[in-house]
Design a protein around this ligand. Structure first.
Ligand code: MN
Length: 349
């Protein structure tokens, strides 16, 4: 496995020199943040990011994310032109050594949470999703701001987008994903890049907006659209694991054996019966996901992709981007190292 750590560029309060000190840290997962979705990434920006990371003794060979503009997801008349731009960004990334690109196909909102600093009894804080807080809310009727939602949209724009997604529904979204993949995957293949789609987070519909990468059925369908290792998964245990019906170790084995996991996000969650959940420390004992079984499934299938600890808690008084502090993610990385070492050595005995 290739251990990686997400870093948000110059705005990120965590110095690269600290990330380097995490044992076995290989790659920095980053992106170009000075452009909007649908715009070309300037080569100068990519080169600069690569130099910054390499100067600190690590590699820049994986990107998270190249965002997909709403026009592509909605299949508007701009979709073809914007998909060409997306392909050009794949080529440019490849030119500077990128081997894996993460993206998602979630309409309008990226991840959804109701609170970003929920205090646990031990004094740490984490992101949570409380379904009770969303009950009765209707973004078509009232102004709703949830943490993590793109604030560049006005309420009116959000309403228009929700209406448009409701119009196309799940099948419309699938059709647009299919068109997109059929254009980008051949380019990714030609340039030796693996595209890694991040599942929907959480993996079910909120406010009636369609969500399609939510479990095994959707993933099987996605992978069959273009049957190539270039069309792969960013297997996010915490996103898929919010749905109790997803067997995460089983899925890790299934898609690992098919060589369709390019990137692994290890995130722990604690589920509640009403669909709410809390993010917790990475250890198996801290939540509902058995991290040992997940890593073992991957090691058993010969996994050699990228891995990073996903969303950590805020601990030891750290202030920073919710989910993306240094300390707990570094603990997560150390835990990942331990799990992989134990599973790999156990395998050869
Ligand atoms: Mn993730």
């Amino acid at each position: 496995m290739k251990l990686a750590f997400r870093w948000y560029g110059e705005e990120d309060p965590i110095p690269l020199s600290y990330i380097r000190q995490i044992p076995n840290m290989r790659s920095v997962v980053s992106a170009i943040y000075d452009v909007k979705p649908g715009e070309i990434w300037q080569e100068e920006s990519i080169r600069k990011r690569k130099e910054q990371i390499e100067k600190n003794g690590m590699l820049f060979d994986i990107v998270e994310s190249v965002p997909v503009p709403e026009e592509i997801k909605l299949g508007t008349e701009q979709a073809d032109r914007l998909t060409d731009v997306y392909c050009e960004n794949i080529r440019r990334c490849a030119k500077y050594g990128i081997r894996c690109i993460t993206y998602n196909f979630m309409p309008i909102f990226d991840w959804t949470r109701t609170c970003l600093d929920h205090k646990a009894p031990d004094g740490s804080s984490s992101l949570i999703f409380d379904s009770n807080q969303l009950k009765g809310l209707d973004p078509l009727k009232e102004e709703i701001h949830l943490p993590g939602w793109d604030r560049s949209y006005t309420q009116e724009e959000v309403r228009t987008l929700i209406n448009e997604y409701e119009k196309i529904g799940e099948e419309g979204l699938w059709k647009n994903l299919e068109n997109f993949l059929k254009k980008i995957i051949p380019v990714a293949e030609e340039y030796h890049v693996r595209m890694a789609i991040h599942p929907d987070d959480p993996p079910y519909s909120i406010f009636g907006i369609p969500r399609i990468i939510t479990g095994e059925n959707g993933i099987d369908r996605l992978l069959s659209i273009v049957d190539s290792p270039a069309n792969s998964l960013c297997f996010c245990t915490g996103s898929l694991g919010c749905a109790a019906w997803n067997d995460i170790p089983g899925m890790a084995y299934k898609y690992g054996a098919k060589n369709r996991i390019a990137f692994l996000h290890l995130r722990q969650i604690k589920r509640k019966t009403d669909g709410s959940f809390e993010e917790s420390g990475h250890l198996s004992d801290c939540g509902d996901l058995d991290m040992y079984e997940i890593v073992k499934a991957l090691v058993d299938t010969g996994f050699d992709g990228y891995v990073r600890s996903d969303h950590g808690r805020m601990i030891w008084g750290e202030n920073g981007k919710p989910g993306y502090g240094l300390y707990d993610r570094a603990l997560g990385a150390a835990y990942i190292n331990g799990l992989f070492e134990a599973c790999e050595k156990g395998r050869t005995r």
